[in-house]
Each structure stands twice: as C-alpha cells, then as structure tokens.
Design a protein around this ligand. Structure first.
Ligand SMILES: [Zn+2]
Ligand SMILES: [Zn+2]
Length: 580
C-alpha cells in the first residue's frame, strides 16, 4: 500500500474562489485523492486558507476591518464550497493556527542554525507620501523579465516569476502612485544560492514530470538562484521566534509552503497519533504530490524543495502536476476586473457534477483552456445527459419494468468478474461461452480495457484523457444497446433480452466506478440504483458486476437537461458585472 500525500495550493482568504482556481488546483487533486482512496492506498489531502500576506491586509484596509475578520469570513466560505463541490480534503486548515506558527518557527530556527538563513540589510521601498513601507502587493511596476506592466513587488503573474520590489522597473505605490524611495532595514535571508546545483540535479532526473513544469524549473534554475529576504516590516503574519524583531513578520511565501507540513502534523494530532505525520513525509512508500496553478510552480519546485533539503530528513516533492490557466469566454480571467465565474455563485444555481465534468474534460493540463457558458450547457446536454445519463437511464428503467425491479439472470454467467477472469487467463471465448456473440464479447473487453487504461492515466495525473476514455465507453455501450434492442427482442426471446441487459448493467456499474473520481455525486446515486449498499468509494477500484436477482432501486435520471437560452443569459450577466 502506497502513502499518497496530496498538497494543494493554499488559497488567499481574501475573496471567493473562482473557476480558474478550481480547474487549476482544486479539482485535479480531488480526482487523484478519490482514485487512490478507491485503490485502497493511504491518502492524505491537505490545504488551508492562507490568512497572511498583503492580499488580506489590502482587502481589510479597503473595508476598514481587521485582517483576521476577512480571513475568517472567507475561510468559512471555502469550507462550504468544498463541501458543495465535493472537494474531499482530509484537512482544510489555515495558516492562522498556533500549530502552524509553531511549525514555521521551528523550521525557521533549524535553517538559521544550519546557516541556510542569515541576517542582512534590505533596501525596502518606502512611500514618502503615505509614510509607510511598501511590501509585496503594495507596490507595482514593470516586470524586468517579461515587461508586463502589471507586476507586483512579490511576483509577476504574467510570467510567473517571483520578484523583489527593487527589481521592478518604474515602481509605484499602489495607494497613491507615487514613486517610492528605498530605505535600509535589517532582515533575514534564505540562502537559496546554496541549493542551486542540488536542485538542478534533482529536477533533471524528474523525467515523469509534465514537460512545462520541468522545463520552466530548469530554465529558472539555470538563470541563477539568488538569496531572498524572508521577513518583512509588517504587523500581520507569523512572528519571528527571536527577540528584537517584534515589528517584523515572516514573509508569507516562506511560511505558507510550510503549511503542508504543519497541516499534516495537525491532522496527525487530531487522529490521536501525533507521530503519524511521518507516514506521509518519510520513507520510499510515501509520495508527495503538489497540485497548483502555473503561477505557483517555482515555490513548489525550487523554494519549498530547497527549504526541505536544508531542513533535512523529509521527502521532496514526488510530482508537481501544475496546470495552465483557464480563460473565461475567450478572455484572460481577471478577479480585479470581475471577469470570472465565482464558485459560490455557480453552486447556488447548478449541480456540482456538471461543472466537475466540464472542468475535467477541458482541464488546462498542458495548455490554457477556455470556459464558456455555451460549452458548459452543450456538454451537459449532449454528453452528460444524452450519452452517459441516457445510457444509464434506459438500461435501468427498462430492466426495472421488465424484470420485477431486479438484475436479470444471464444465461451463462452469474458473475461477470468470472468472465473477466476467464478472459484474463487467455481462454478461448468460443470454448468458455459458446453462446456469447462477438458484440457482447467486444463490449465486455472494451469495459475491461477502459478500466486498465484509466488506471494508468489516473496514476499519471492525466485526468482529461482518463475521463474521455470513460465517455467513449459510454458511447460504445449506447451503440451496443441500440444494436441489441432488448426492448424489441424481449417480445420473442426474453432470455436474449436479459443477456444483453445484464451486460449493459455490468458496463454502467463499471462506469459508476470509472467516473467516481470525476463525478462522485452521480456515481454514488448510480451505485445505489444498481442495488449496491454503502459507499461507492469503499467498494474499491474494481469492476464489480451486479448479481442476478439483486434488487434495483426505482431509477431517476442522473442529470438534467439545461435550457440552451441560459448560455446567453449567463454570458450577459458576466459581461454586465465585469468592468472589462
Ligand atoms: Zn513578468
Ligand atoms: Zn503612497
């Protein structure tokens, strides 16, 4: 049994979640976690709201409230969103806990003691007009790397590179647009330069990583790694564990990544065994996956691994399957201009599975992809309802009506896993099952192949291809059913109709498993309609055929059709509320 640690990007608790974040960083780890739990692996999926940093304090200043109030409000909203969308964290905590502060301070002191953190003087931007230091997002300017004019003092969102305020071309105070002056202040630095060679050697061996993640990291490292200040002249954040630095805090990018470790420790403590955190951080059996958007790559492939190397005795990331961006109706998503689809808004009007479906099948894994309301409605109606939902519904309703609400008995097999085992052993179909027609044999083999290839795709975090494979199985099953036409055949040959329906029931039962990581709500319903008890996840990652005689539940459609006019209405709403 493997131990799968799943670290998920920590969202800033300064605003609602939007679909870009869901497609980029939150849905993929949930699919992965559900798949591994089904396989019987030990999974720990953690994250939390990032309560520190200037995104929070900026918002608090704008609203005239304390940063803690903003953080608490959005933390609560995040928890509700996860629950409604079915994002199954084992722990979703925050960086505002005493446990997190303790773990961060311990890592800080350990790196300080080993010489990987040292003191130095930073020239900090100070706005003479506003009379304050301008850290991170309080300062803007032009990116020295890509010339984007929207870079901030901590990072450029356009090219994804972390920045120091002093590197900005034409820096400006975010409040008054005044050019800042630079004043000296004593701070602590992380000695990233000490890790450059080791990191490069490590990343070059990561052949299984996504090309974009690996190449971006290598070229960043080859450009030279500079030490970075990890403290700031601010009053909101994790305090330094040293006397004489009361007016300073540990910079958010340094402490937030430590959240992966502190959250594991919090989870272990609440599980009743404080030492259990080690299961996920030490030894060959423990693999750490980090799910993030591409704007966060360097923090997870360079900075966090450097900190882990310096601290020692903890596993480095096994994989960092970062996603590209999701655009909205053809334009770059922008929260400041409100060109975004907000998750709480979506969930107040629509079901979770149709969104999970769309974002899975158009996941921005290797290039940017687009969300549009028209596409959302088309895929819901043509694929979820007309292909998968319709397959399930006609098999279940016809069987339920014609066979007294029970799974019919096949003429040859009582349990299809026996059939699959026979196939596995390379037996000749003609010998084992002389009555079985080729179409039925092909259908069963198709289901079996889908199971195998999806197993491989899911384990490699290729979610888009995996869900496409499941949908092609549903299409094949529709064709099989059309050809067998049990509703016609039953008039002359009841057993022949029972045989093809039994095969179709096996296929939809398999689909409830294959699609569970993507569509957990409808898979659970289907599992119950098929007459299985308990949770579909607990039933395991296996082809589980229904037993003849098994009682079905009265079926209801898994999905509902959406009015095509909604696409225009939703688009218009988006345009109206945006300042683009
Ligand atoms: Zn840039
Ligand atoms: Zn100013």
């Amino acid at each position: 049994m493997s131990k799968i640690f799943i670290g998920v990007a920590w969202p800033y608790a300064n605003g609602s979640l939007h679909l870009g974040q869901i497609a980029g960083a939150y849905l993929p780890p949930d699919i992965f976690a559900r798949y591994h739990r089904m396989k019987g692996n030990q999974v720990l999926m953690v994250s939390g709201s990032d309560q520190h940093g200037t995104p929070i304090t900026l918002r608090a200043e704008r609203e005239g409230v304390k940063p803690g109030a903003i953080a608490a409000r959005y933390h609560q909203e995040f928890l509700e969103s996860w629950q409604k969308l079915g994002i199954s964290f084992d722990l979703f905590t925050s960086t505002g806990t005493a446990n997190h502060t303790r773990v961060v301070q311990k890592v800080f002191l350990s790196l300080l003691e080993k010489g990987y953190i040292y003191r130095g003087i930073v020239s900090q931007p100070f706005c003479p007009q506003c009379q304050r230091f301008l850290t991170d997002r309080y300062i803007g300017g032009t990116c020295p790397y890509c010339r984007s004019e929207k870079a901030r003092g901590d990072q450029c969102d356009d090219c994804g590179k972390p920045l120091n305020a002093a590197e900005l071309i034409q820096p400006q105070c975010s409040f008054c647009d005044e050019a800042p002056e630079f004043r000296d202040s004593e701070h602590f630095f992380l000695k990233l330069s000490a890790f450059q060679d080791r990191l490069l050697e490590w990343v070059k061996k990561k052949d299984s990583w996504r090309q974009n993640v690996r190449n971006f990291t290598i070229s960043y490292l080859e450009g030279g790694l500079h030490d970075r200040a990890i403290t700031r002249d601010i009053g909101w954040g994790v305090p330094l564990p040293l006397p004489g630095f009361e007016g300073k805090r540990i910079y958010v990018w340094f402490e937030a990544v430590i959240g992966y470790l502190s959250a594991t420790k919090e989870w272990a403590k609440s599980s009743g065994d404080e030492e259990r955190w080690q299961d996920f951080w030490q030894g060959d059996k423990a693999k750490g996956y980090y799910f993030i958007g591409k704007d966060n790559i360097i923090f997870h492939t360079v900075i966090w691994p450097a900190m882990l190397m310096g601290y020692g005795n903890l596993n480095l990331p096994y994989d960092v399957p970062a996603n590209e961006f999701l655009t909205i109706e053809g334009r770059k998503l922008s929260t400041s201009r409100n060109w975004a689809v907000w998750l709480p808004d979506y969930l107040s009007r629509y079901d979770p599975d149709p969104l999970r479906y769309l974002l899975s099948i158009s996941m921005p894994e290797t290039s940017d992809t687009d969300f549009s309301w028209g596409e959302f409605i088309r895929r819901n109606n043509d694929e979820l309802v007309a292909t998968y939902g319709n397959l399930v519904h006609r098999v279940l309703t016809f069987t339920y009506r014609q066979f007294d609400g029970c799974v019919p008995k096949h003429s040859r097999y009582d349990d299809f896993s026996m059939f699959l085992d026979d196939l596995d052993e390379g037996n000749d179909i003609g010998t084992i099952c002389p009555d079985m027609d080729n179409h039925s044999i092909d259908m069963i083999e198709d289901a079996k192949e889908a199971f195998r290839s999806m197993d491989l795709l899911l384990s490699k975090c290729q979610f888009r291809q995996a869900i496409m494979r499941a949908m092609s199985l549903a299409q094949d099953a529709n064709r099989y059913l059309d050809m067998k036409s049990p509703w016609k055949v039953i008039k002359e040959d009841r057993q022949a109709a029972a045989d093809s329906l039994y095969i179709a029931l096996c296929v939809i039962s398999h689909l409830s498993k294959l699609l569970y990581p993507f569509l957990p709500f409808s898979s659970q319903k289907l599992h119950e309609y098929l007459g299985f008890a308990g949770n579909v996840e607990d039933d395991g990652w296996r082809l589980h055929s229904p037993t003849p005689g098994q009682k079905l539940l009265p079926p209801e459609p898994l999905f509902s059709k959406l009015d095509e006019e909604l696409a225009g209405e939703e688009s218009a709403r988006l345009r109206q509320s945006s300042s683009e």
